[in-house]
Write a protein that binds this ligand. Structure first.
Ligand code: OGA
Ligand code: MN
Length: 278
């Protein structure tokens, strides 16, 4: 049986239907996936229904799979369970942080290359969709003056900045615990070896180097608003079994809020970055 490939928005996303299970675990499919990721930023395999072995095997065909610091299931130490159910994940309390635009691993020198998320259980109604914003397209669409304004500017990314969005009034002890995660300076515009450029923004960006906190905040807010305009955004409504992969270096993402009691459960793998931010 053949499969169908459909571009989603003018700049972003490709949806592939008709490829499921072990049929994905194929070097030809992986090569097509990497090509689509490069061109379209987000690749969606509708109702692919990969089991955990297949998810890890497919991830390995795409790149180097990052092992988790605290493995959940010892049979699949690469798979992280994304859920708000604390009985299933030690990190459940941090999931509210994913409701804000971010990239994964933005406080590292080399952010993750891509993230794979597959839906085991979905949220009720219209909650728990995932949105993606294309920051290559957002950079490209800036007027020349806007691009020039950003040249040489750097932002400080920290876990604390992201946490403050969720918990604006931490106790000094909480704040000190967050601050133990090292902060990282990155340029606002990430220029790849290939010459391709994207905006590097999101919840971890708190200050702009050389700006007052208020000026920096205003610039970061303005840029995030620019980059997440409807014309750069793709919204994914999940079905059980969907596998979604995104180029984490040039695509911001966020979950639309879902309740703490929701059964929503995603299995996730991450691919190690291949290029330091420069
Ligand atoms: C993540 C993430 C979004 C979602 O797992 O890194 O941001 O919709 N997930 O669950
Ligand atoms: Mn994320």
């Amino acid at each position: 049986m053949g499969h169908t490939v459909t571009d989603l928005t003018p700049t972003t996303g490709v949806e592939i239907s008709g490829l499921t299970g072990s049929r994905l675990v194929d070097p030809v499919v992986a090569a097509e996936c990497l090509d689509a990721l490069e061109r379209r930023g987000v690749v969606i395999y509708r109702e692919a229904h990969l089991d955990d072995d297949q998810l890890v095997a497919f991830s390995r065909l795409l790149g180097e799979v990052v092992p988790l610091p605290m493995g959940g299931d010892p049979r699949h130490p690469e798979i992280q369970k994304i859920t708000r159910d604390a009985s299933q994940s030690k990190l459940a309390a941090y999931r509210e942080g994913t409701f804000y635009w971010h990239i994964d691993g933005s406080t590292a020198t080399v952010p993750d290359k891509a993230t794979l998320l597959t839906a085991r259980q979905i949220a009720d109604g219209d909650t728990g969709d995932t949105e993606f914003a294309n920051t290559y397209a957002a950079y490209e669409a800036l007027p020349a003056r806007g691009k020039a304004e950003l040249e040489g500017l750097r932002a400080v990314h920290s876990f604390t900045s992201a946490q403050l969005l969720v918990y604006p009034n931490p106790s000094p002890k909480e704040r000190a615990a967050w601050d133990r995660n090292p902060a990282r300076e990155h340029p606002l515009v990430w220029t790849r070896r290939s010459g391709r450029k994207s905006l590097l923004l999101g919840s971890t960006a708190g200050e702009v180097v050389g700006h007052t906190p208020a000026e920096g905040r205003a610039l970061l807010d303005r840029l995030l608003e620019w980059a997440t305009q409807p014309r750069f955004v793709l919204r994914h409504r999940w079905r059980v079994g969907d596998l979604v992969i995104w180029d984490n270096t040039g695509i911001l993402h966020r979950a639309r809020p879902y309740s703490e009691q929701s059964a929503r459960l995603m299995h996730r793998t991450s691919l190690a970055g291949e290029e330091a931010v420069a």
